[in-house]
Design a protein around this ligand. Structure first.
Ligand code: 5GP
Ligand code: MG
Length: 175
């Protein structure tokens, strides 16, 4: 597999979009508490950038990690939670922040799991959405970019743990 030479989204384009997502979130939760749940590992850079532009909210950050046992570019759809939240979310505004909404298995799993803990509100935010690939009936409340059915890396996203450090988002091609 080989990374594309040109980014699909460069750092500036990502940053502009992240700032506008943050502004929307800030408006929706103006002067309220907000628990941001970052889904490890892929969303760590996105969540870090996003929360830095959310003002006017009392922001608390926590992490979950899920695994869909499988590597490469296909996920199996069998989700297991490998790291749970450390804080309680009962009666809190909760925003799940994930990297990509693909088949929807991961986000559906997390919405069910965290929804069962009686949060005050539960919303979802993803940097990238591949609507074509959806197998579960779920949409995110905040979406950075819609993309076609292609495998992407960079800005936190990996291929076998590589490429997360790239500032832009690139596609991965069969070599
Ligand atoms: P879903 O459960 O919606 O099928 O898949 C979501 C997860 O699969 C994402 O959070 C991400 O970890 C992984 N994933 C899906 N598409 C891509 C992709 O194009 N690139 C990378 N690096 N991960 C992806
Ligand atoms: Mg993920």
């Amino acid at each position: 597999m080989k990374k594309s030479d040109e980014p699909l989204f460069n750092a500036k384009k990502i940053n502009n979009r992240v700032v506008s997502l943050s502004c929307k979130i800030e408006k929706d939760f103006y002067l309220e508490d907000l628990v941001v749940v970052c889904v490890l590992k892929g969303a760590f850079i996105f969540a870090a950038d996003l929360i830095r532009y959310i003002g006017f909210c009392e922001c608390i950050l926590d992490f979950v990690k899920i695994s869909s046992y499988g590597s490469g570019t296909e996920s199996s759809g069998n989700i297991i939670l490998t790291k749970d939240l450390e804080i309680g979310i009962r009666d809190k505004n909760v925003l799940i922040v994930d990297d990509i909404l693909d088949t929807g298995a991961s986000l559906s799993y997390l919405v069910n799991l965290l929804g069962s803990r009686d949060p005050k509100t539960l919303r979802t935010c993803v940097l990238l959405d591949k609507p074509e690939r959806r197998k579960h009936k779920i949409q995110a409340d905040y979406v950075g970019f819609e993309i076609e059915n292609q495998f992407v890396i960079g800005y936190g996203l990996d291929y076998n743990e590589k490429y997360r450090e790239l500032p832009g988002i690139y596609t991965l091609k069969e070599f």
